[in-house]
Design a protein around this ligand. Structure first.
Ligand code: HEC
Length: 401
């Protein structure tokens, strides 16, 4: 019986991560939406009790009437929902997934010897250092005078994340670099909930129960962190799926592409935040679409610039040569008997042994091993430009045969 435990484990964790992430980001979107749609309370009895805003909604066959007390209700309700486990479990499952996929498989998912030869454990330590360092740096910035100015703070934080993406892309393989920027953002978001938002809310509740007036700064600081989290959601969601799109990360300047897409996500979020408040600015939508197209063009241009000028005469290439190249660089993973330590079965069941299968996957092979070059994964076998060009020449030749 063959059982690929790691793959089953990573599937369960990824599923959990997706579910908790939806719950967290969903509730975060909902509360920002709610806050932006509240209207001044009309009933005098309510306003006298301290209700600052209210909203009516209909959903799933019932009517909801929500009221917001800007400071606190006169009496603490017996049952109060906090919304924190969604965030904690998203981080925990995310970190486990990072460990199972990227740390356990560090030799191919993190290390890229052509950029920087290092032991897998060193790579793991650097990755974790970025997660911790990211939070420490972010938190210091928030507490510094810069934290008072949302716009300036946004630019500086965006710059620091881009710098981290650049730094990580110099030492890690492309996927590893991307996912660590995502994990840095996710860590900051979860730590905001764990270290600032929830503790501040607890202090406010404790003060109220003790009959003391809570310090309004506690609420202001929590609200600011919650706003930061809101703007970081779309970029981090993109990084979560980026793994499936080598045209982004597998680029000589993947960090620049990431910065571009991150900015597009930020603009989209900004559009919705303004719209909820009744300020619809379609110019932002145009900017986001133009930005996305710009990123596409930039990715293609940068890749073109980096293309190797090795040329191979297609007429001199035989299938035997192609087979030798694939035996050397692909079959350890994409083989009937996958011999690679991290893969018991060929990834996606894709096996490059028979000629007809290789031809069937012609376009995908060209895309992954010649254009984006994210295959062989981790390039442990050191596939050369010459070999890639040989493979390309043969694949293109058979297209016209
Ligand atoms: C260290 C293991 C490893 C090696 C070596 C490797 N691959 Fe892959 N390959 C993977 C994994 C894992 C996936 C699935 C994840 C993904 O698509 O990124 C994959 C996916 C692919 C796909 C997409 C398959 C699909 O479902 O459409 C192609 C094409 C591919 N590899 C081509 C190659 C070629 C060509 C080589 C050799 C030049 C190669 N790979 C070497 C691990 C490897």
């Amino acid at each position: 019986m063959e059982l690929d435990i790691t793959s089953w484990l990573s599937m369960a964790i990824r599923w959990l991560h997706l579910i908790t992430g939806i719950a967290w980001i969903g509730s975060s979107f909902y509360f920002i939406w709610l806050d932006n749609h509240l209207r001044k309370a009309k009933d005098e009895v309510d306003t006298a009790k301290g209700v600052s805003g209210e909203l009516w909604a209909v959903h799933g066959g019932g009517f909801y009437h929500k009221q917001k007390y800007s400071v606190a209700p006169p009496e603490m309700p017996g049952e109060l929902h906090w919304f924190k486990w969604e965030a904690y479990f998203t981080w925990i499952s995310g970190f486990l997934l990072l460990a199972v996929v990227y740390y356990y498989g560090a030799s191919v998912f993190l290390v890229d010897a052509s950029k920087y030869a290092m032991a897998p454990l060193t790579a793991v330590a650097i990755g974790i250092a970025f997660l911790i360092g990211g939070w420490l740096g972010y938190n210091l910035l928030c507490r510094s005078p810069l934290g008072q100015n949302n716009v300036a703070f946004g630019w500086v934080w965006f710059g620091l994340l881009t710098l981290s993406a650049w730094g990580l892309s110099q030492i890690f393989n492309d996927r590893g670099a991307y996912i660590h920027v995502g994990a840095m953002i996710g860590t900051v978001m979860a730590a905001n909930v764990f270290m600032v938002i929830i503790p501040n809310q607890k202090k406010v509740v404790a003060d109220l129960v003790a009959g003391k007036a809570p310090d309004p700064r506690l609420g202001q600081v929590a609200k600011q962190r919650s706003l930061h989290n809101n703007y970081m959601t779309l970029p981090v969601l993109f990084i979560m799926i980026s793994n499936h799109y080598p045209q982004t990360f597998a680029n000589p300047h993947g960090w620049l592409i990431l910065a571009g897409i991150g900015a597009v996500g930020w603009v989209i979020r900004h559009f919705f935040n303004l719209k909820h408040r009744g300020e619809t600015r379609y110019g932002l939508v145009v900017l986001a679409v133009a930005g996305y197209i710009g990123v596409m063009a930039l990715a293609a241009y940068l890749r073109d610039q980096a293309r190797s000028d090795v040329t191979v005469d297609a007429n001199q290439v035989s299938f035997t040569q192609v087979q030798q190249i694939m035996d050397k660089h692909c079959v350890a993973c994409h083989g009937t008997e996958a011999t690679h330590e991290l893969f018991d079965e060929a990834p996606n069941g894709v096996i490059f042994e028979a000629k007809d299968v290789i031809l069937k996957y012609r376009d995908q092979i060209l895309e992954r091993a010649v254009v984006s070059q994210d295959m062989p994964l981790g390039n442990e076998t050191g596939m050369t430009d010459e070999e890639r060009a040989t493979l390309a020449a043969w694949l293109k030749k058979t297209e016209t045969d």
